[in-house]
Ligand binder design. Structure first.
Ligand SMILES: C[S@@+](CC[C@H](N)C(=O)[O-])C[C@H]1O[C@@H](n2cnc3c(N)ncnc32)[C@H](O)[C@@H]1O
Length: 301
């Protein structure tokens, strides 16, 4: 049987132990904040990592499934094809997947891309290796991680905009992709004109567009529909172009993508607690209201 003094001693020992662990955690956190500096790409990619390294495959396979169920989409084959992703982000978006599946090259078009990512051990170990494990589990190709990284490095071509790729890749891109990028593009007509020049005669494309406000809210359209675009921009800046879904598909068609189809992924009208401004009543078509994510896809011929 323990005496009272032994119990008191034990209690203090456990208390000190807990206090020590808490202090060490605090010291570690402060040390990491002060001394473990991440560059912009590392920070951004590791943030993406929080969204799961399997995200690119998840998005891609989900979009193809939705397209297949709605318009009878034939799966894209990356083998030996030239792939371009617009707004892929610093982690190269669908690029690693395309390269793993045998793409001839991958054009990473985004003002934030930087080939330094291939020099970062942190990113190689924590991002590219995790993506590779995911692809290997799914597709089971006979390729080592070292070889995969070699291919990714060799076949990825970095551009900060489409214009710079026009001379070299005119009519040479077989597959064009984007994920939550087109709604951010200021001059969409110009960009789609470039994409049309770049795509090959057998080309195919998938663009997922997030039509919501990109502002934290119970409903992604509260802040959009409550005023006209001008007032929205004054309040929130030019982060999104506010082009409605039906208008966007029209711009595709006018730019020469006349087989483009717009397929709804999902609508979000729950918790909408605002009035709809006259501007939107006049400019939105029936199927536009509350369309949160739409997929624009098709082929050239
Ligand atoms: C919301 S992020 C999406 C990033 C990535 N696709 C993803 O799903 O995580 C939008 C990206 O589009 C890029 N972007 C914006 N305008 C662009 C343009 N005109 N051409 C190419 N990229 C653009 C931004 O730099 C940014 O990386």
């Amino acid at each position: 049987m323990q005496t009272i003094s032994e119990n008191v001693l034990l209690y203090f020992f456990e208390f000190n132990n807990k206090l020590y662990k808490l202090l060490m955690r605090l010291v570690n956190r402060i040390y990491n904040k002060m001394f473990v500096r991440l560059n912009a790409e590392e920070r951004s990619i590791l943030q993406t990592l929080k969204k799961r390294p399997q995200a690119p495959y998840d998005f891609f396979s989900r979009y193809e499934k939705i397209l297949d169920n709605s318009i009878g989409w034939q799966k894209i084959n990356f083998e030996n094809n030239s792939v371009m992703e617009l707004g892929c982000g610093p982690h190269l978006g669908f690029g690693p997947l395309a390269i793993y599946l045998g793409a001839r090259n991958f054009l990473a078009v985004d003002p934030t891309v930087n080939k330094n990512i291939f020099e970062s051990k942190k990113l190689i170990d924590n991002y590219f290796k995790m993506s590779f494990k995911d692809f290997n589990g799914i597709f089971r190709r006979e390729i080592s991680f070292t070889e995969f990284m070699k291919q990714l490095k060799k076949k990825t071509i970095f551009y900060s905009n489409t214009e710079d790729s026009l001379d070299e890749f005119n009519s040479k891109i077989d597959i064009q992709l984007s994920n939550s990028c087109l709604e951010h593009v200021e001059n969409l007509n110009n960009l789609l004109a470039d994409l049309k020049k770049l795509i090959s005669l057998d080309g195919r494309y998938i663009h997922a567009v997030d039509f919501g406000s990109h502002i934290k809210s119970n409903n992604p359209f509260n802040d959009i529909y409550s005023s006209d675009p001008e007032s929205f921009r004054v309040k929130y800046g030019n982060k999104i172009n506010l082009i409605p879904p039906s208008k966007m598909i029209k711009i595709f068609s006018e730019s020469g993508f006349n087989k483009a189809k717009l397929v709804s992924y999902y609508y979000h009208n729950e918790n909408f607690n605002s009035n709809i401004d006259e501007y939107w009543k006049e400019n939105l078509e029936k199927g536009d209201f509350f369309l949160k994510v739409g997929i624009i896809a098709g082929k050239i011929k």
